[in-house]
Design a protein around this ligand. Structure first.
Ligand code: ZN
Length: 177
């Protein structure tokens, strides 16, 4: 039996992203569009420079029957890909960024929503959604006393933000991811 590091700032991290307003952005729509956006961000030089071991491809499934979005750091045995599951409500860019950040950080070694995860989330938001969203999230992390590690070397390698593919409105949301 393994003991995971305690996820000490999970509820503060949820409160912070909620208050930042960035998770209320337009939905990307289909799981395919979410995968495309996630892989575009994972391909950015700034992301690769900071997380050279990050996966280039991810499996995105629809989270059918689930209330929560989920990320599996361990690769899916059938495809060898790390997977995120996204119920319909969780398909804004920020929510995809939240889950993709979980694919970069091994929660058996560091807390699930700890400083390393928060740093990865912030970098993905900055690179994929732009500095305005990044600043809002960073400020909200600070206000909610969420510890953030600082992997910002990636920002020196930034090329441009990934454009949003579709802009349907979000369907509503539930707590927990
Ligand atoms: Zn999470």
């Amino acid at each position: 039996m393994t003991t995971r590091p305690r996820d000490f700032q999970r509820s503060r991290a949820y409160a912070a992203e909620e208050a930042s307003g960035i998770i209320d952005g337009p939905t990307l729509g289909s799981v395919g569009a979410c995968r495309q956006w996630a892989e575009s961000v994972l391909a950015l030089p700034g992301l690769r420079a900071t997380y050279p071991d990050a996966p280039c491809r991810v499996l995105v499934t629809d989270g059918r029957g689930r209330r929560r979005a989920l990320a599996d750091y361990d690769p899916d045995p059938a495809t060898g890909l790390r997977r995120i599951r996204l119920p319909r409500w969780a398909r804004s860019r920020a929510m995809v960024a939240h889950e993709v950040a979980h694919l970069l950080i091994d929660c058996r070694k560091v807390p699930g929503h700890g400083a390393e995860w928060a740093g990865a989330y912030l970098l993905i938001v900055r690179l994929g959604m732009g500095d305005r969203s990044g600043d809002r999230l960073e400020e909200s992390f600070w206000e909610h006393r969420v510890k953030v590690s600082n992997p910002e070397i990636g920002l020196d390698n930034r090329v441009s933000s990934v454009p949003i593919m579709s802009s349907q409105s979000r369907q509503g949301k539930e707590d927990g991811r």
